[in-house]
Design a protein around this ligand. Structure first.
Ligand code: SAM
Length: 238
């Protein structure tokens, strides 16, 4: 349900098109209902050491909502990678975090870097990389369980959608991994299906349709952790 007192500053806009980063009426509800709840419902049992990937991390509302929900579901260990090449709004002082998510967003106010969280029995650690999804995933050895795909819309911002992203995601997720996104564009649905994702368009009363996809088939490159290295050999992620 939309909350009339939702803080509009949480939402930032695409510098060219003016498109909003979230539903202005209820950004936290959108994170929960569009991204997190359908993903956890399809995931079923939470695997130990669950790995989350958020593409278009921004302020990380989806990851924060996921950590909160996972702790409530009894998860013990979570790794989370956020990919965010940068946006002017993230370089300015951030507005206060929404109260229900503040304890679950230790990165709040920082556009990138590593973070850790221990709360309600959950031990989580993660990293926000200032990099585009295409290049980061191309050199990652990771194997993700949950993907929140939260880029600005492909119709108006095709330059944000790296070519082959859907297949790269299939290669970097374990079978049974769940991807959620607000975006129902036909070209995204077709590219996901072609890459081995079982795609479901979720019709919702009072909200726009949303997408959920579950990865079928074998992993192309099973991985461990995030395993990424800079050119100098150092590791930007835990
Ligand atoms: C809709 S906003 C994401 C909102 C965010 N999830 C939050 O909780 O605040 C889309 C974001 O995707 C980022 N972005 C643009 N191109 C990208 C790419 N190729 N890979 C990853 N992120 C990208 C933008 O900088 C922007 O911050």
């Amino acid at each position: 349900m939309a909350s009339p007192e939702a803080d509009p500053d949480l939402v930032y806009r695409h510098p060219r098109s003016g498109e909003a980063s979230h539903d202005r009426r209820d950004p936290v509800g959108e994170a929960r209902e569009t991204f997190v709840e359908p993903a956890l419902a399809a995931l079923g049992r939470v695997p130990p050491g669950l790995r989350i990937l958020e593409i278009g991390f921004g302020r990380g509302l989806n990851t924060a909502a996921a950590l909160r929900a996972l702790a409530g579901a009894g998860a013990r260990r979570v790794l989370a990678l956020g990919l965010e090449p940068g946006h002017p709004a993230l370089e300015a002082p951030w507005p206060p975090a929404p109260p229900e998510l503040a304890p679950w967003a230790p990165w709040w106010g920082r556009a990138r870097g590593a973070w850790r969280l221990e709360r309600d029995g959950l031990r989580a650690r993660g990293c926000i990389l200032g990099e585009r999804a295409g290049s980061a995933l191309a050199r990652s050895g990771a194997s993700f369980d949950l993907v929140f795909l939260d880029l600005f819309s492909p119709g108006r911002h095709p330059e944000d959608w790296d070519p082959g992203l859907e297949a790269l995601l299939a290669a970097r997720c374990r079978p049974g991994a769940v991807l959620t996104t607000y975006c129902c564009a036909r070209r995204l649905r077709e590219a996901l299906a072609a890459a081995g994702w079982r795609v479901e368009r979720r019709r919702r009363r009072g909200r726009k349709d949303a997408l959920r996809a579950v990865l079928e088939g074998p992993l192309e490159s099973p991985g461990r952790g995030f395993i990424m290295r800079r050119r100098d050999g150092s590791r930007p992620c835990p």
